[in-house]
Design a protein around this ligand. Sequence first.
Ligand SMILES: *[C@@H]1O[C@H](CO)[C@@H](O)[C@H](O)[C@H]1NC(C)=O
Ligand SMILES: *[C@@H]1O[C@H](CO)[C@@H](O)[C@H](O)[C@H]1NC(C)=O
Ligand SMILES: *[C@@H]1O[C@H](CO)[C@@H](O)[C@H](O)[C@H]1NC(C)=O
Ligand SMILES: *[C@@H]1O[C@H](CO)[C@@H](O)[C@H](O)[C@H]1NC(C)=O
Ligand SMILES: *[C@@H]1O[C@H](CO)[C@@H](O)[C@H](O)[C@H]1NC(C)=O
Ligand SMILES: *[C@@H]1O[C@H](CO)[C@@H](O)[C@H](O)[C@H]1NC(C)=O
Length: 511
Amino acid sequence: MAQQEMSLSWFSLLSLLLFKVFVSGVFSLNPNGSEYISAVGDPGMRSDSLRVAIEAWNQCNEVGEEAPKMGSPRAAECSDVLDSQQQGGNCSACTRVPPSLVHRVTEEDNLLGIGKSFDGLDKKALFNPDLYAAEKELYLGSKCQVDDKPNPWQFWMIMLKSGNMDTYAAKCPKNGHKVGPFGPPSQFPCFGKGCMNQPLIYHNYTYLQGPNETTLKGSFYGSWDLDSGLSQTSVNENISYYSVTWQKELGQGSWIFHHVLRTSTKYPWLMLYLRSDATSGFSGGYHYQTRGMSKIIPESPNFKVRFTLNVINGGGPNSQFYLMDMGSCWKNNGEPCNGDVTTDVTRYSEMILNPATPSWCKSDSPKLCPPYHTYPNGTRVHRSETTRYPYEAYHLYCAPGNGEHVEQPSVPCDPYSNPQPQEILQILPHPVWGEYGYPTTKGQGWIGDPKTWELDVGRLSQSLYFYQDPGTAPAKRKWSSIDLGTEIYRDANQVAEWTVTDFDILVPNKN
Ligand SMILES: *[C@@H]1O[C@H](CO)[C@@H](O)[C@H](O)[C@H]1NC(C)=O
Ligand SMILES: *[C@@H]1O[C@H](CO)[C@@H](O)[C@H](O)[C@H]1NC(C)=O
Ligand SMILES: *[C@@H]1O[C@H](CO)[C@@H](O)[C@H](O)[C@H]1NC(C)=O
Ligand SMILES: *[C@@H]1O[C@H](CO)[C@@H](O)[C@H](O)[C@H]1NC(C)=O
Ligand SMILES: *[C@@H]1O[C@H](CO)[C@@H](O)[C@H](O)[C@H]1NC(C)=O
Ligand SMILES: *[C@@H]1O[C@H](CO)[C@@H](O)[C@H](O)[C@H]1NC(C)=O
């Protein structure tokens, strides 16, 4: 099915543009300018200057091994459009592409990989692929950084992840503790040795194109199938594939980020997200210093997220399309994370948009339900109160593997897929979320229904259940990653395709 639909994608994009013209006339939800400010470096994706990076993670959010000839799986494109006056100046560090576009990151920077030194590289990272990637991200960030108040910022982050795991290779710790080989790996796909490889990453640099050279367009794309070999990789082959193409008209509107993700027999579990990560500190699921777009870290309950999403292809029944995916980190005693992977806990919450996703939280089997649901008026309902608890509002809840007082029955989260324990709360479209601007019925915002969302993510995330040890002060819920995208879970030969535009995070203006 997917391949026929692919060719229609740019038509769908066109209809999204028409849709946007339509909504801009009637859409007046904008919070008052004086009350809210943007937390991101490029509010609404409207700057002609581009700041975008890409990263690839293995099952436990590390590199493990670099793909041949690809360098470390971190790359960036940061370009500035200069008017003719600006072009008169000096730009010794830049490579010039057509007249008025300057690229801050070179191909050589993007191909940096273990064994190759660069400014600021710590010696102990030189031959360690995991540490090297983390430092390369900082280096690319230094080339892309834009000074701003209250903090400088660097780039949107495209994140790729493969769920393959070679349990016999013992590469991933369990809840942050090193473990030996085990098997067979029933819960993880793996075609054999080397199944945790990093993808091929190709780059089409942005340049001004179109009849009047007024369209900025570029992309990152590739495959996890290393033997596919060709840089002409495309979605129309039976191999894994991803691409993110960005496009913008000079001086007008938003960047359009167009995403494609395809799974294959060897790589049936793949993820592709566009993230607004913290510009320093840790970001969701990443236990190294990060770089990103959120110059202010949004904190519950006071923030909103606005964007336009057009889902063109869903990615099949097992595509967990996240309307909103938030990542944070705090310890079970409520304290902020400090990099100790045995006590830090990644906290995730996601709204799954795919109408095919069922609720696994059931009144007669509450182990996958969070212990409590809290209504917007503050009323808290226990999962045993079958007449008042909204079971269908939840896909699943799983508890942190190191929670000592988790209410039973419960299911622990996958102990391997993060460098540290994790807790996940996944919600589904349901009337209980309507108060926060989220979809209330299945199908809203799905294929054929592009929408501009303004989500009260702050209030919603404040109301959600997350585990803490009894008697501890509630954690400050600071969301260092706010993402959009999909995770196609163990389903080969599925294609997902979507666009994101106008992305912004709004926080109260404290001045
Ligand atoms: C928006 O800001 C204006 C000017 O600062 C103020 O007068 C008005 O009350 C605000 N509107 C709302 C809805 O708070
Ligand atoms: C550019 O930089 C060089 C070396 O720093 C300097 O000699 C030259 O005068 C500069 N040119 C302009 C136009 O600023
Ligand atoms: C990258 O550029 C090549 C050559 O122009 C083109 O064939 C290919 O479709 C582009 N790929 C993407 C994903 O934009
Ligand atoms: C290119 O410029 C010409 C002349 O200004 C204009 O008529 C035409 O619509 C432009 N084309 C596009 C695709 O923007
Ligand atoms: C992809 O696989 C399908 C079914 O397995 C087959 O019919 C098709 O010809 C293959 N396409 C290519 C390009 O190999
Ligand atoms: C709060 O909302 C819930 C769900 O709508 C309702 O059942 C309950 O009566 C409300 N409680 C109060 C105190 O208004």
